[in-house]
Design a protein around this ligand. Structure first.
Ligand code: HEC
Length: 127
């Protein structure tokens, strides 16, 4: 009796840990490359800097806490730069997000941030 209870407990905690492993990634998991952040800086300097400073983006990241980074990308894509919405290339919107993440202390990694590949499963977290 005692042993079977132990087995049940062991199986339960195994199941729980697997649920934990299936969780979404966050922007803290190295989800963009250093090269993307670097390209993103020039996009930002040319197209974004005039209207918002980095403090603004920090607040934006806070407001997107626990939401997919794809949603932020889509929001910027449709509306920014406010004086010429949709004028950048899709890749430039992606790179500018990489730069904003990098400036807010999130690490670069091996994987490229890619709107066609998993950005809906990467959550923003508050910087
Ligand atoms: C001509 C001025 C201007 C430029 C250039 C501009 N923005 Fe904006 N942006 C605004 C205004 C106005 C708003 C809406 C009001 C606000 O939230 O301040 C806004 C809002 C936003 C938001 C909030 C959207 C949301 O979902 O809440 C983000 C993110 C953003 N801008 C990013 C960018 C990025 C990235 C660039 C460069 C590609 C950029 N902006 C360029 C004026 C600008």
């Amino acid at each position: 009796m005692k042993n079977s209870l132990k087995i049940i407990l062991a199986l339960t905690s195994l199941a729980l840990s697997q649920i934990g492993m299936a969780q979404d990634k966050t922007v803290n998991d190295g989800v963009f490359t250093a090269a993307q952040a670097e390209t993103g800086k020039s996009v930002y300097d040319n197209s974004c800097k005039t209207c918002h400073d980095m403090r603004f983006y920090r607040d934006i990241l806070k407001s997107y806490n626990n939401q997919p980074v794809l949603w932020l990308w889509e929001s910027i894509l449709g509306t920014m730069p406010a004086d010429n919405p949709g004028s950048l290339m899709l890749e430039e919107y992606t790179d500018v997000i990489a730069y904003i993440l990098s400036e807010n202390g999130f690490p670069a990694g091996e994987a490229k941030l890619d709107p066609d590949n998993g950005m809906d499963a990467i959550n923003v977290i508050s910087p």
